[in-house]
Design a protein around this ligand. Sequence first.
Ligand SMILES: C[S@@+](CC[C@H](N)C(=O)[O-])C[C@H]1O[C@@H](n2cnc3c(N)ncnc32)[C@H](O)[C@@H]1O
Length: 199
Amino acid sequence: MAKPYDPKDRFFQKAKEQGFRARSAFKIEEILRRQKLLGKGGSVLDLGAAPGGFLQVLAEVVGPKGAAVGVDIVEIRALGKPWVRTAVLDLLAPDALDRIRELHPGRFDLVTSDMAPKTIGVKVTDEARSLELSRMALDVAGETLKLGGSFVVKVFMGGDFPIFQKEVRARFGKVDVVRPEATRERSFEVFVVGRLFRE
Ligand SMILES: C[S@@+](CC[C@H](N)C(=O)[O-])C[C@H]1O[C@@H](n2cnc3c(N)ncnc32)[C@H](O)[C@@H]1O
């Protein structure tokens, strides 16, 4: 039998103890532990970064010689690290890419997206909105990644998930689907990890 939903489960407690803003920090930590997608001095763009759990981990990995950029429709409280830049930005807005380039004119080693829409409880609508954000993240990755770079995107299984996976495969040499331990048992979310970006 599935465990009852517990908003303050062990990952919530662990995040609190370790000073992470969100339990999702453990998801990106696990993905990076399994696959070396980023290193010291690297550059990373995090889409849908608020409140900043992913960004805390990514900023630590790249260190002061690297660059970490986080964007979200809501404000991301400053991390207090000069190599981290953030902005309030709607990824679905026509000027999103220009705004990202203003923050970091170069290309990135890694683009991550944990974007999720506000759900309304209607499965098909929620899935479609979520996929729209995942596709937008793939487009942004296509425009901002270095050749050979990596991409990590949250996707909800169901609906057009297999089609989306094909779209990622068309742009990356190696693609895996990962479900980190910190993912809630009832959740349909997985992360698609693309490596070896080709134009
Ligand atoms: C699950 S939260 C991200 C948590 C984050 N990865 C962390 O570790 O703190 C999903 C985020 O996606 C953002 N989001 C949803 N739609 C967006 C859009 N159109 N443009 C930018 N961000 C968006 C939400 O505001 C929300 O902060």
